[in-house]
Each structure stands twice: as structure tokens, then as C-alpha cells.
Design a protein around this ligand. Sequence first.
Ligand SMILES: [Zn+2]
Length: 144
Amino acid sequence: MTQWQPSTRSVEAPAWTPPPLWQALRRGAANRCPVCGEAPLFDGFLKVRRACSHCHAPLGRVRADDAPPYFTIFIVGHIVVPLMLWMERAYEPSLWAMAAIFLPLTLVLCLLIMRPVKGATVGLMLRLGVTGTENGPDLPDRPA
Ligand SMILES: [Zn+2]
């Protein structure tokens, strides 16, 4: 009978040092690598670079998934809904006027906020050590 043994596979320590939390959030929100703050974080509007060109942190393996849209909806909702309620009480506009104002406003705010929120989320994940290499460095890369 064999007994369970803990995994002897060691997880390699990252070659880079995670920055302090606020620094990682601020750098990510500013489209900079959260680790070094030197190179751009995104390769396009929302596509994270595979690795930092300056410090080689594995930025592309950090999977933010649905967190940035969730935070974006949360933030924009807390801006738009109070404005809608205030305008409804103050001016009692027609539904068409409300839709004409708040639908484009919501869209524009989401587009403006999504990228910094995703950058900050990547910074948070790197700070917390959720780098996508927890199961070993030999995972296949995501398709481009
Ligand atoms: Zn870097």
C-alpha cells in the first residue's frame, strides 16, 4: 500500500520582486509594468504583453479574466446610477432624454475606465503572487 506523499516539485521563485501593493496598482493603472514601472503593460487596448521588455516579468501569464469588467461595472454603476436618480428627481426628463444622456455616458465611462482597471488588476495579481506559474513553469502558453 502506497501512502500519499507531498509533491516534491519545487515552485521556482520569481526572478523579479513584487512591488508594494499601491505601487503595483498605480503602475498598472498607468499602463506601465507593475513590477518595474518602466515598460508598457499593454500591447493594444486590453491585451497584456507576454513579458515585460525591461524586467521580464511574465505579464502575459496573469489571467485577470472577468475581474476588470466586474470592477468597471461596479465603478461606473456607482457614478451613473446616482446621477440618473438625481436628474430624475431634479428635472423629471423624458425616458428618451435619459437614454440619450446616460447610455452614451455609460459606454464612454466604461471604455475610459476599463484599461486602467485591468492594469491595476494585473498589478494586484502580480503583488499577490497569482502569476499563472503556480502549477509550474511548464504550462503551455495561451494562444496569442
Ligand atoms: Zn517590468
